[in-house]
Design a protein around this ligand. Structure first.
Ligand code: HEM
Ligand code: HEM
Length: 219
């Protein structure tokens, strides 16, 4: 598999266009849509509500599209352009220390680790959310109660003893997924803060228009 190329700035001195990072519309749209879904579920939807789950499945679909794009998209968007490599991330840190600047046509090695960390955390959030909500066919049926755990509690109150034990077992399982979901969401917030700080730092350090490249209108 090809590895991410490293370029010296001098090599690119007479190639101003390629020295700018550029992202295709799918990368840009999925980036800002993922942010919108996270903000919606963090601030506006009720935890475990139908809206929360709809947004959650939307987020899963957007992430799936971006991951597919990592295999069939243009060179900069492909996983092969920013393979996770702790060794190269350390080399990048050394470059920062000595003030050496390199052009990376895709995410720099440190940024790449952050991208995979964010995607993995989103994967855990989606998996634990789906584990609590059930597959799409059943996820939206019983959403009058704030959560599956609560509606199972009603079954406990109404059903016979066997049902009680089953429902309590399911409730305990939901409790575990709830913990996983909540912890992953909190870790995601930490990663997001580091990501934004990283973008700001790299923009200052490299003098490149890193943020502009992620905005509409710059192909
Ligand atoms: C990044 C996006 C998301 C954020 C920020 C988020 C946030 C949260 C938070 C803070 C809770 C409350 C956890 C607790 O303290 O009990 C919660 C609960 C829940 N979330 Fe999400 N969530 C997200 C994505 C999803 C997804 C993708 C699904 C499923 C498709 C989902 C399904 C649920 C369900 C069913 C609950 C209810 C848990 C309970 O029984 O109380 N969430 N979410
Ligand atoms: C919920 C918050 C955010 C999440 C989850 C997030 C996640 C990501 C991910 C996964 C990527 C990789 C894009 C890809 O290859 O598809 C990325 C790249 C990027 N993000 Fe964010 N992001 C968030 C907020 C922001 C904000 C607020 C900004 C602007 C200040 C920003 C600016 C960027 C930029 C400039 C890149 C490209 C970095 C590079 O050129 O290597 N992000 N982000």
């Amino acid at each position: 598999m090809p590895t991410s190329p490293r370029f010296d700035l001098e090599e690119f001195a007479d190639k101003p266009v390629r020295s700018r990072r550029s992202w295709d519309p799918v990368v840009k749209i999925t980036h800002w849509s993922i942010i919108t879904a996270i903000i919606a579920n963090a601030l506006f939807t009720e935890e475990g509500s139908g809206a929360h789950i709809w947004v959650g499945y939307g987020l899963a679909a957007i992430l799936a599209l971006r991951l597919l794009w990592g295999m069939i998209g243009p060179p900069e968007a492909r996983f092969s352009a920013f393979l996770p490599s702790p060794r190269r991330a350390l080399a990048h840190l050394r470059d920062i220390k000595v003030g050496k600047k390199e052009i990376h046509p895709s995410h720099n090695p440190l940024g790449a680790l952050m991208v995979y960390a964010i995607w993995s955390m989103l994967g855990v959030i989606i998996a634990s959310g789906v584990a609590m909500a059930g597959p799409p066919s059943t996820a939206f049926l019983d959403r009058a109660a704030p959560s599956g755990a609560v509606s199972r509690q009603l079954v406990v109150e109404q059903g016979d003893h066997d049902d009680d034990e089953q429902a309590e077992g399911a409730g305990r399982e939901d409790g575990v997924w709830e913990e996983v979901h909540e912890t992953a969401v909190n870790l995601l917030y930490v990663l997001i803060a580091l990501h934004i700080a990283g973008v700001a730092f790299e923009t200052r350090r490299s003098g490149r228009e890193i943020l502009l490249a992620m905005l509409p209108g710059r192909a």
